[in-house]
Design a protein around this ligand. Sequence first.
Ligand code: PEP
Ligand code: MG
Length: 560
Amino acid sequence: MTDGDEVPIVRGAGVSPGRAAGPTVRMATAAGEPPSRRTSLSEDEAAQAIVDAATAVAEGLSARSEEAEGTAREVLQTTAQIAKDPTLVKDAQERVRSEGVTPERAVWEAAGAVADQFESLGGYFAERARDVSDVRDRIIAHLLGAPSPGLPQREEPYILLAQDLAPVDTAQLDPQVVRALVTEQGGPTSHTAILARSLGIPAVVGVGAGIEDVATHAEVLVDGGSGKIYLEPTAQQVAAARERPRQRRFDPPGRTSDGYRVALLANVAEVGQAGPAAEAGAEGIGLFRTEFAYLGRDCEPSIDEQVEAYTGVFEAFPGRRVVIRTLDAGADKPLPFLSTGEEANPALGVRGIRTSWYDPQVLENQLTAIARAAEASSAEVWVMAPMIAQVSEAEDFVRTCAAHGLKTAGVMVEVPSAALLAGPILARAAFASIGTNDLVQYTLAADRLLGSLSMLSTPWDPAVLRLVESTCEGGRAQDRPVGVCGEAAADPVLAAVLVGLGVSSLSMTARALGDVGTLLAGSTLAQCRQAAGLALSAENAEDAREAARETLTAVDDLGL
Ligand code: PEP
Ligand code: MG
């Protein structure tokens, strides 16, 4: 494909803004399913080869975990643990003995059985099935003497090309070395996209077969804002990409160039993220996901434990707004103490506020804890419920919060019905916060976890923008604030469109505050409104985005 001026480009979905140029390096891919052949090794030799390969993989991962920090360390440790688990090795050895197949085939089959078992358990275990496949591929690569799948071990900066990234790879991305990321699969809400944004690495996902063209070029320029990859960048473009600051600072408060105020807030999912969010200039917290306090536990955390966890975040924002979301579990995140049962369509199941219909005490306990933590802190605590679909649910939630002394109770707008009924909902609730990640999946009927539907999963879709507009209209009619806390708020150009649609606060990963704040500060409210109008009347996501980018003239100056 070529641009207007005949510059060869490949297009994908730009999911993490910024421009970077550099040599491309393709991530080694897994060898795939080994054929079912008989081994020429003796039983003992084959069994020993399996233990040796698994041990080497486990040791390699453990050694890397020691050099890593934070999440990367934890993910590497978990993966090393799976490689060390004797069940996988024993099962593979058993298959060599009983079926006489090659060690690599035996490992493939044994890992398949373990992954199936994990998947059938659901929740946390289902997530680990991906790690099992990753370990399997590494052991097989070792047995075949092939390069291990995963991030290239290089110190010189490069542009990473990959089919998609396993959690263990994403956790190890070093922004100093991986200048930009281009993936064949994945969509804007995939874990790869979310992580790239939180690390500030420009990323384009879902380029499909175009990745082959990118791979054949020695040096490319990736524009993570527009989703374009320039295959033959000019020396000038490369130099300009190098000069751009990798991360802009946010200078609060958020406002447009003509002084229209937009509160720029941060999303946090654990206590440790609150301090860095405050340091990054966040004016408050717009989404405090509380699942961390519950996940991976057999029983509900005690009220005291919850009070401690919530207090940690409230204290990082004295006198500021902290919007805490009640537990969003169930369905694909089942908890042993919530009675959600087996469901064929988990995204449409008993999740979010719906779990409280069956287990009201869990919500009661959480609200007790939130009220106690709020009382002891000077933060301005707002509470909101996930997955509200009906007016009566909003009314019940507000009443329940009031009984706990929590006066500012709002709703998340993640289901199209709530966007359409925002007027009556906001006649009851104090505010609305639009969760665009789920709103996209329910509007386009595309599971947000499915890479195969990533072309549908974009908040730029005009249908999604119309629902945002409808929510803002409901807010205006009731004089209630409407914010956005989904990933859409972290895309600077889309953030400006959301402001133009009437959103008064934007909550995002703290790293995005600099780019979003800078673009808003370089745009007038009239430009935001014009961009919003054009995007709303577009017929598809790509046209909506192009129209907005052309209208917001600061986009090019800032290289977003
Ligand atoms: C959303 O759906 O946009 C949202 C913010 O909630 P989560 O991503 O936690 O579902
Ligand atoms: Mg959601």
